[in-house]
Design a binder for this molecule. Structure first.
Ligand SMILES: [Zn+2]
Length: 243
């Protein structure tokens, strides 16, 4: 004797209802994934902006330092001219000292420039890397947007088909049986039907042999004494998800 049509339809119904649930959740997750990517892109944009600013500042500082050197060099030139006009040895010595002092200043500024140039190079490399990262993320977001839109459209079609299939199936199940299934499914996270082995595969509690032998016939609506799920017998079928 084959499976009672009610039981057969219930198995199909539960499968479709699980599918509908999964599709609904996946649809919800699509925009979230995109949002995450957009957030990442926003962060990179900020870093890129900051990197640009850092390069500008350090370039400005270098130009300032170079100007300072020019000013000091002009001062030194003036002192050198004055050297030929001095009258006393003291004045000559004092001027030479001043020239030494100004040369020292130039060296200090030049050292600073050298140090900053290394930093400037690093900042520019960093900026170029950020630019590349930014470009990649922009194209990723754009790709992801297209994929998400396409997936959403496909999923919505699938969802609609599954819902139609579900409605058709419900009409083919006797209303009383459907009511039993529905009430259990609603309180058992969408699993109102469980495959029976020696135990109920919904809650893993052992089924009494007298009940199990009736379940094996697949002709009656029998429920698990522990979780109340409707039991069916399908020795070679896939296990139902328990929850
Ligand atoms: Zn059970």
């Amino acid at each position: 004797m084959g499976m009672h049509p009610n039981i057969e339809k219930l198995i199909q119904l539960q499968k479709i209802e699980i599918q509908i649930k999964v599709l609904g959740e996946e649809l919800k997750q699509l925009p979230q994934r995109l949002k995450l990517m957009e957030k990442k892109l926003e962060k990179t944009s900020d870093l890129l902006e900051q990197g640009k600013e850092d390069v500008k500042v350090i370039e400005f500082n270098r130009r300032q330092a170079e100007n300072k050197i020019k000013v000091v060099e002009e001062k030194i030139s003036k002192y050198r001219v004055q050297l030929s006009d001095v009258k006393t040895n003291e004045q000559y010595k004092a001027l030479l000292q001043e020239i030494d002092f100004q040369n020292e200043r130039i060296h200090t500024v030049e050292d600073d420039i050298l140090k900053d140039m290394e930093k400037e190079d690093r900042l520019k490399v960093n900026y170029a890397e950020l630019e590349e990262k930014h470009r990649q993320e922009v194209s990723q977001v754009s790709d992801e947007k297209k994929i998400a839109q396409k997936s959403a459209a496909e999923m919505e079609i699938k969802l609609e088909q599954s819902e139609k299939e579900r409605d058709t199936l419900i009409k083919l199940i006797s209303p009383e049986v459907y009511r039993i299934y529905r009430s259990i499914s609603d309180i058992r996270k969408g699993i109102g039907l469980a495959r029976a082995t020696e135990s109920c595969q919904g809650c893993h509690v052992r089924i009494r042999p007298s009940i199990l032998s009736r379940v094996m016939g697949n002709q009656e609506i029998l429920t698990c004494e522990s979780c109340n799920r409707i039991l069916y017998w399908q020795p070679d079928g896939p296990y139902e998800v328990s929850s």
